[in-house]
Design a binder for this molecule. Structure first.
Ligand SMILES: Nc1ncnc2c1ncn2[C@@H]1O[C@H](COP(=O)(O)OP(=O)(O)OP(=O)(O)O)[C@@H](O)[C@H]1O
Length: 207
């Protein structure tokens, strides 16, 4: 089982709850804006504390309220790609990627710099500053930085939002490549039904 997640949290008078049991591939959390999809990714990553529940990935417990287990975020081996890329603005693309690489213990690395650059087709961007990148380019670099940190799973928050049709297709193909070639389990959030249909191995509806 890739993901075994059951979480609940009260936030601003809203009860956020998610139940996911999923094998390999892309698991899409689908639901309307404000239902708590990003909050669920934050809880899986360890950035937000659930009120109760558990998070297990590949059988490893990352959080369990009954045993008061909570693995710190930096030890969860999550590759979290935020909706707004969050590249370091004062580092060139290559330095952003190298930052991810340095987060991975050498023994845990399963993909190297050149393979990531090829997979994401970002070789021509390495000397550029983040401020000069298009939305789609910035997102590809953010995915690359996440992969270089040797994650055991990826968390993608609205990876196709705010892009034109051609760029959306590009990122969608990248996600399909990661799903099919790297075989990395992906938990992805979207409120777009077509996006969910295209990429999902399974869809978990919230709300
Ligand atoms: N930092 C915060 N502090 C308190 N409440 C928050 C915070 N961030 C989000 N919320 C609330 O938690 C609820 C879920 O928000 P969340 O962003 O997880 O939803 P979402 O489904 O991802 O929405 P969207 O698709 O608009 O990003 C909302 O009611 C929101 O107002």
């Amino acid at each position: 089982m890739s993901f075994d997640i059951s979480l609940a949290k009260r936030r601003c008078d809203r009860l956020i709850a998610a139940h996911v049991t999923a094998g390999d591939g892309v698991t899409v959390l689908f639901g309307p804006s404000g239902i708590g999809k990003t909050s669920v990714l934050d809880m899986v990553a360890g950035l937000l504390a659930p009120d109760e529940g558990h998070v297990r990935v590949h059988g490893v417990t990352l959080f369990d309220s009954t045993t008061r287990t909570s693995v710190p975020p930096e030890r969860r081996r999550a590759g979290y790609v935020f909706q707004d890329a969050r590249l370091f603005p004062h580092r060139r693309v290559e330095a952003n990627l190298r930052y991810g690489e340095r987060l991975a213990a050498p023994a845990e690395r399963w993909i190297d710099f050149d393979a990531v650059v090829t997979l994401l087709d970002i070789g021509q961007l390495l000397r550029r500053w983040p401020a000069t990148l298009s939305g789609g380019e910035a997102r590809r670099v953010a995915i690359g930085r996440a992969l270089l940190a040797a994650p055991r799973f990826l968390l993608l928050d609205e990876p196709l939002s705010f892009l034109d049709a051609a760029r959306r297709d590009e990122i969608a193909r990248t996600i399909e490549d990661i799903r099919d070639r790297l075989r990395l389990p992906i938990l992805m959030v979207t409120h777009d039904a077509a996006e969910a249909e295209r990429l999902a191995t399974r869809i978990v509806r919230m709300g």
